[in-house]
Design a protein around this ligand. Structure first.
Ligand code: ATP
Length: 368
């Protein structure tokens, strides 16, 4: 068992800055938790507190039920992989990987066995005699992982370990890390600002902003049911479109009316949720993929027609990203079927899928 618990953890730096506030997270054994958020949101600070590299100002951290606030990093049974792999340049790959075991006085034969097994898992057996400078970035990253694996830690901590790789390698390494997680069967805590990494690798993701945990759930739930405007806008590329709006009653029907003139009737199943917000300012959110070209509307959606003018068209091959404007100049983005032929300046009756919109309280920014 290697569970991790953050209990009301706060970090205030010496200059008074509160980088992490009241963080509560319970990780289960063998989970792959991704801490994600924009630069400066406190994710690295949280990871460093778990690693024991940063003092905790208040609250507690538990690993396997043991409170570790005052336990030194080397006694925490964790291994950390950083953005900079910091391999020893004068040592071979095998020696780099076995170094921590050597320090602990593990017999040489045992070290060779463990290094060999980790190298096999990572597909780098043929590189064991090389020096780090004779490796590509992706290979170095694997050695850094190997160095962590040989220690058989209870928890793996990773801080942006893929950010030195080029785009194609990153995608490949993402899949490899998920595979590795399954193979080693250990708890992973992974920090990134890259929402695609979070979505593809995490068994759960914890979205942070300004030192505060915003939401923690499976990638799919966070994407489909964001708890507030920040989370809704952070996950997804292009981002969710937001429109300032009001909930108004017209001819007995509750409608969302945006400042830019979009009028959307509320689907019956959502009426009770929204009733009390009648007359209040709200924010209407719809993802680019919730908007359809009139000729390519799939079955099973609940479409409402919105007239808009195409401004910029980006052909991506597998999709078309189109920037639209409403009559009052409000802009939004749609991700359309790649077969849709759209030209800048063209006016279209777009179909907004009413099964997939989100509504937020403008004041609290929380989902309604
Ligand atoms: P990034 O993706 O840029 O690494 P992050 O989410 O990991 O960002 P942290 O490194 O945890 O962010 O930093 C959180 C906040 O705490 C930042 O605003 C940072 O400037 C501040 N901070 C970090 N270290 C210190 C320090 N030693 N003293 C004061 N403030 C600090």
């Amino acid at each position: 068992m290697s569970s991790v618990v953050f209990e009301k953890v706060t970090k205030q730096y010496e200059n008074g800055y509160v980088a992490v506030k009241d963080l509560n997270i319970e990780l289960e054994d063998k989970e792959f938790l991704v801490l994600v958020g924009p630069s400066g949101c406190g994710k690295t600070t949280s990871l460093r507190m778990l690693a024991g590299l940063e003092e905790i100002s208040s609250g507690s951290i538990y690993i396997d039920g043991q409170r570790v606030n005052n336990v030194t990093p080397k006694d925490r049974d964790i291994a950390m992989v950083f953005q900079s792999y910091a391999l020893y340049p004068h040592m071979s790959v095998a020696d780099n990987m076995g170094f921590s075991l050597d320090l602990k006085g593990v017999p040489k034969k045992e070290i060779r066995k463990k290094v060999g097994a980790a190298a096999k898992q990572l597909g780098i057996e043929q590189l064991l005699d090389r020096k780090p400078k004779q490796l590509s970035g992706g290979q170095r990253q694997r050695v850094a992982l190997g160095r962590a694996i040989v220690r058989s830690p209870a928890v793996f901590l990773m801080d942006e370990p893929l950010s030195n790789l080029d785009a194609k390698l990153r995608v490949q390494a993402r899949a490899e890390l998920s595979e590795l997680h399954k193979k080693v069967g250990t708890t992973f805590v992974y920090v990134t600002h890259d929402q695609a990494e979070a979505m593809t690798m995490g068994t759960r993701i914890a979205v942070m902003n300004s030192g505060i945990l915003q939401q923690i759930d499976t990638p799919q739930n966070v994407y489909e049911h964001p708890s507030n405007i920040f989370v809704a806008g952070f996950l997804g590329s292009p981002s969710m479109n937001f429109f300032d709006a009001r909930l108004l009653k017209k001819d007995g029907t509750l409608m969302i009316k945006t400042d830019g003139g979009i009028a959307v009737p509320i689907p019956t199943e959502r009426l009770s949720r929204y009733q009390e917000f009648q007359g209040r300012p709200v924010v209407f959110g719809i993802r680019p993929e919730g908007i359809y070209h009139p000729q390519y509307v799939p079955p099973g959606i609940d479409p409402v027609s919105i007239t808009a003018t195409a401004k910029t068209v980006e052909l991506m091959g597998y999709e078309v990203i189109v920037y639209f404007t409403l009559a009052d100049g409000t802009e939004f983005i749609a991700r359309l079927d790649p077969r849709a032929k759209v030209t800048p300046g063209e006016q279209l009756n777009l179909q907004f899928d009413l099964t997939r919109f989100h509504l937020f309280d403008k004041e609290s920014e929380q989902v309604i």
